[in-house]
Design a protein around this ligand. Structure first.
Ligand code: AP5
Length: 217
């Protein structure tokens, strides 16, 4: 299955992608994770991306298109993949269509996780993640069992993302509404858009996504 997880910053795309990876047996391809890895490694690409990401702005299309083009050619993507945070602009969606066309493939489902802006600010300011294994927590809704300690790998010390600050969150939401949300109409016209209410618990949202995809547990 080839699908796109779509939604505003903090909608829960990453949270649901981890669950869907196990259910659907396809890899999660997160451009945000790829860019943050490049930033940590201090590569030229990472340094360029950091200037945009820390301010909450979108990284230039050619940078992320290049990353995805290389990634979907890897063997683990042969039977499908799940895009998380890509495409985010009309030119990115066009580039994705072109690269899939060449291989005789297409996106089959786009799951739009819908969460109002007010919830987003609350979610992102309380997000913490494990720098060792990448597990994501929410201080109120998805807290670790032991304060400041990762449940999955035991690492002590959970991080807050540089772009989860109020000013950057506002810029990210504006970028979503101005540049990304128009993609919904494009996928709706193709009959592959599933709108899912993302405001309840992660478990309930997951059940809704399974229902939308017709994928059993
Ligand atoms: P990216 O990493 O893709 O960030 P994002 O889209 O802003 O999304 P987030 O990762 O912030 O949120 P999420 O939807 O995954 O939510 P999560 O599951 O973590 O991109 C970062 C930056 O990279 C961009 O701003 C841009 O600069 C650049 N970039 C990336 N891709 C790009 C592209 N294609 N083009 C150009 N630039 C690009 O959940 C959030 C919080 O809520 C967590 O604390 C979680 O525990 C909690 N939570 C999740 N679900 C629930 C629930 N149901 N109820 C309560 N809490 C919940």
């Amino acid at each position: 299955m080839r699908l796109v997880l779509f939604g505003p910053p903090g909608a829960g795309k990453g949270t649901q992608a981890k669950r869907l990876e196990e259910l659907l047996k396809v890899p999660q391809l997160s451009t945000g994770d790829m860019l943050r890895a490049a930033k940590r490694e201090g590569t030229e690409l990472g340094k360029t991306a950091a200037e945009y990401m820390d301010a909450g702005k979108l990284v230039p299309d050619e940078v992320v298109v290049g990353l995805i083009e290389q990634r979907i050619q890897q063997p683990d993507c042969a039977d499908g993949f799940m895009l998380d945070g890509f495409p985010r602009t009309i030119p990115q969606a066009d580039a994705l269509d072109a690269m899939l066309d060449k291989a005789g493939q297409k996106i089959e489902h786009v799951v739009s996780i819908e969460v109002p802006d007010d919830n987003i600010v609350q979610r992102l300011s309380n997000r913490r993640s494990c720098p060792a294994c990448g597990a994501v927590y929410h201080l109120v809704h998805v807290p670790p069992a032991v304060d400041n300690t990762c449940d999955k790998c035991g690492h002590v010390g959970l991080d807050q993302r540089d772009d989860d600050q109020p000013d950057a969150i506002r810029v990210r939401l504006k970028a979503f509404h101005d540049q990304t949300s128009p993609l919904k109409a494009l996928y709706d016209e193709r009959g592959i858009l599933h709108r899912v209410d993302g405001t309840s618990s992660p478990e309930e949202v997951f059940a809704r996504i399974q229902g939308a995809l017709g994928a059993g547990a």
